[in-house]
Ligand binder design. Sequence first.
Ligand code: PLP
Length: 374
Amino acid sequence: MRIYLDNASTTAMLPEVITMMTQIMSQDFGNPSSIHQHGRKAKSLIEIARKTVAKTINASLSEVFFTSSATEANNMVLKNAVTDLGIKRIIASPTEHHCVLHSLEAIAQNEFCEIVFLKVDAFGNVDYTQLEDLLINDSVSTLVSIMHGNNEIGTVNDIKKIGSLCHQYRALFHCDAVQTIGKYAVDVQEAFISFLSGSAHKFHGPKGVGFVYINNDHMISPFIHGGAQERNMRAGTENVAGIAGLAKALEWAVQNMDKNKTRILELRNLFKRELSQHFEDIKFNGNQEDGFLAHVLSVSFAPGPKADMLVMNLDIEGISASSGSACSAGIEEDSHVLQAIHHPTERKTIRFSFSPFNNEEEIYYTIHKLKSMT
Ligand code: PLP
């Protein structure tokens, strides 16, 4: 038996997405920039997909652009907002994904732009009062870059509150919504979002395709230069099958959002209950009562030589989960997110993340194996 509990990292593709993409790759392989029928068919598939994304996030068609990934979308927004929109200060959370944090590092090296990190509490919630204080006293053009749901510990930020603050104090708001698109209702207008990113492989679509929402009032220039694809915003022949697959998966995710969430919560609750029952010294990271991603459960096990080997031993037993540490210069360190919440370094963290395709048997089996390992 092979069990997959790493759905925050990537998800299995839906069979209907694979079928659709296979058909496009074999039959609708035209270049969307060509004006003949093959090209027009490919182009129409992209435009249908754009409609699905725009409708899902309540954007207009002219505000949605397909990219190779959310990493590209986030790089594009952050770097080009600074150069094109005169952003002089970016306020972010220290728990952002590396594609945001490393983009900010690059910006700080190359541009005159101040980067300010908000304080986060022990659960990873950003300090909204500090954000407001910074925005009230703003004398420069500011962009706030805060993710919706955290991929490591599952804490969900209140994007409506952040968006309202940004709107009130005339700052722009970039939201990395990679972990929530297709799982939570996201409305870019209601939350006053200026830029947003999403990625297909997190909602049972293909890898290597994502999208960026750019509010019409804050258009930036292209990040990748070349042909006129994506209305001159993102050059390069489009990944037609990937884009259509993204939309197909998103449609499924939106249609089944409540059902999927209920199912995932059942599995998460069962897993949490079983862990609490069978392991004495265990801690759950991130928000647990409210404001958490249903599909993410970050667990810290008591220190000890066996705990160090848990992720590897789970893998040997056929269970894929993710460790909360990064190996830097041969030394294992807590990830930047765990460091930001002052997680005790001696404890070993594993992120278990679920999909509606997991089941109770897998949960009990994983608990059984964990018990034998600790
Ligand atoms: N942002 C978050 C919160 C993520 O979890 C990820 C992927 O793990 C990304 C950005 C990057 O997405 P992509 O894999 O499409 O580059």
